[in-house]
Design a protein around this ligand. Structure first.
Ligand SMILES: C[S@@+](CC[C@H](N)C(=O)[O-])C[C@H]1O[C@@H](n2cnc3c(N)ncnc32)[C@H](O)[C@@H]1O
Length: 292
């Protein structure tokens, strides 16, 4: 199972269920790639996974690790550059050497290096939450080397990958063959916002991400965004959600049932929270609708 210390990656149990649910799907749409954990679990020969994410980090993992034939690296020592992190020090408590090393890798590293560096940065912050720095440059380098090592077994994953760095909500899905499956694990809104736009924007800027400011999710926009995703042509939808967030799972489930027939529902309890998964069949639903 692919692990990077990245916040929001599904739990092991949920990811195993995702992998089992792929069935004979040949084309899979993943609107929210995140750490790539679910993507890797669904990868297989003769299978195409097309994914999106607003964070550069997901692109580095998909293109620099899963889709890469071999390891490509430019980093053989700690080197420094005065770039975004050095100039802004926008991660609380970050020292100038760690900031300078991050900036050097952001400029000179390969995609494979930047995947490892992003994971190392997250692991150098307090509880991996990207709120404050908690390391020195030697620890950062050690974590970078470990992350690079940990990524090796995930190189050259089976099948084909197409990744888009950007918002799935801005993408035009016109005149395309329906995907066999769409796996949705969206940002979850806790007290006012999502963790990515509030804490991970600095990582995205440091890595020269294409999206200038990560989109903010609120309880108001979530349901509208989910409805927009329902326009993506697909035969089945696997939707993942969690307890204790807004909108609630019950609200999201009710909305989803307007778009498809449930074929399977799961819940996993994990450290006081419940993860939910629901699989919907869209083909039957559109058939029912046209028959009505
Ligand atoms: C819960 S995570 C997905 C985790 C993923 N299942 C995994 O295996 O790691 C949600 C992701 O949605 C991304 N995201 C937020 N808004 C987005 C948008 N409009 N388009 C694409 N991705 C977006 C966030 O950057 C974050 O990586």
């Amino acid at each position: 199972m692919y692990r990077t210390g990245f916040i929001g990656a599904s739990t092991q149990e949920a990811t195993q269920w995702v992998a089992q649910s792929v069935g004979d799907a040949r084309t899979i749409c993943v609107p929210f790639a995140g750490s790539g954990r679910d993507i890797f679990s669904m990868a297989g020969p003769d299978r195409l996974i097309e994914s999106w994410d607003t964070q550069f980090y997901s692109r580095a993992v998909v293109e620099g690790v899963f889709a890469a034939k071999e390891m490509k690296t430019n980093v053989d020592a700690i080197r420094y550059r005065k770039g975004y992190m050095f100039e802004t020090r926008s991660l609380k408590n970050i020292d100038e050497r760690s900031a300078g090393f991050i900036d050097w890798v952001a400029d000179e590293g390969t995609m494979f290096d930047k995947a490892a560096m992003s994971s190392a940065i997250v692991r150098c912050t307090l509880m991996g939450r990207m709120t404050q720095w908690y390391a020195n440059v030697e620890q950062l380098y050690a974590r970078f080397l470990r992350a690079r090592e940990n990524n090796l077994p995930f190189l050259n994953a089976p099948g084909e990958f197409i990744h888009h760095e950007g918002s799935v909500l801005d993408y035009k899905f016109e005149d395309i063959e329906p995907f066999d499956l769409m796996q949705v694990d969206p940002p979850k809104v806790v007290v006012g916002g999502d963790v990515y736009s509030s804490n991970f924007d600095v990582l995205n800027k440091a890595m020269h991400g294409a999206v200038e400011t990560l989109p903010k999710w609120t309880s108001k926009v979530s349901l509208a965004n989910f409805r927009q995703l329902m326009n993506i042509p697909t035969k089945r939808i696997l939707f993942m959600y969690v307890s204790g967030v807004k909108p609630t799972y019950e609200e999201v489930r009710r909305m989803l049932l307007e778009y498809g027939e449930p074929i399977e529902e799961k819940s996993f309890t994990h450290r006081g929270r419940t993860d939910y998964g629901i699989i919907l069949d869209r083909r039957n639903h559109s058939l029912h609708q046209s028959e009505e």
